[in-house]
Design a protein around this ligand. Structure first.
Ligand SMILES: O=C(O)CCC(=O)C(=O)O
Ligand SMILES: [Fe+2]
Length: 220
């Protein structure tokens, strides 16, 4: 069964592009359509129940290392093989096109994973782009939690672009269902505070093409 998903309205896409160029991040409450959130939530709950999730590391491939002192999450990469994933990837595509038009970023592909933070899960302050490669350019996080309150912890803390360690955060966002956060992957530091309730979401990244110098990108 296909899930019909209308693309986000043009105005919202314009606001996101404006926020990104002005301050490097954008918070969009209630951004995902209800039908899409329900389907994605059903899938992440199912994967959680079936324990079909892997401990997340830092970095990828040869740089991959488990780092439980930095990050405690379980993830499952999307491959577009379920109706919910297909609908989510289709929902993300016009955003890529719009960001490319507005900001001339040359975003080329998109990778995403389901992410479950167990009770006591967290992710220390970091930026999303790996050292040495300009692969991830824009980060997207969407939340699939049914209801969330401040006592649940698990807030996403965002610092201003390029802020140093002691800087005052720019925002502290509760992971409320259907909300979406956009960030410049290379320059916006962020962290997930310790969560006191199971916390469900998706993390995704739009990447630029790294082909050249004897390597073909994407690798798959
Ligand atoms: O779940 C969040 O709020 C942020 C996750 C994150 O920073 C990441 O996966 O890189
Ligand atoms: Fe991140």
């Amino acid at each position: 069964m296909d899930i019909a998903v209308a693309p986000p309205g043009d105005n919202r896409l314009g606001v996101i592009a404006g926020d990104l160029s002005l301050k490097g991040w954008s918070w969009q409450p209630d951004m995902l359509p209800d039908a899409l959130v329900s389907a994605l939530r059903a899938e992440i709950l199912e994967r959680d129940r079936e324990q079909d999730l892997d401990p997340a590391g830092i970095g990828r491939e040869d740089m991959f290392q488990l780092a439980r002192d930095v990050r405690r999450t379980r993830i499952s990469w999307m491959d577009g093989s379920t109706p919910a994933q297909k609908a989510f990837l289709a929902w993300a595509e016009p955003i890529r096109e719009s960001l490319n038009r507005a900001l001339m970023l040359g975003l080329f592909d998109f990778e995403a994973c389901f992410a479950v933070y167990p009770v006591d899960g967290f992710y220390d302050r970091h930026v999303d782009s790996f050292e040495g490669a300009r692969n991830r350019v824009i980060s997207l996080v969407v939340y699939l939690n049914e209801a969330w309150s401040d006592e649940n912890g698990g807030a996403l803390v965002i610092w201003p672009e390029g802020a140093d360690d002691g800087a005052v955060p720019a925002a502290r966002l509760l992971p409320e269902g259907a909300g979406a956060v956009f960030m410049l992957s290379e320059t916006v530091p962020h962290a997930v505070e310790v969560t006191h309730a199971r916390r469900y979401g998706i993390a995704g990244w739009w990447r630029v093409n790294q082909s050249g110098d004897g390597r073909v990108d994407p690798l798959t």
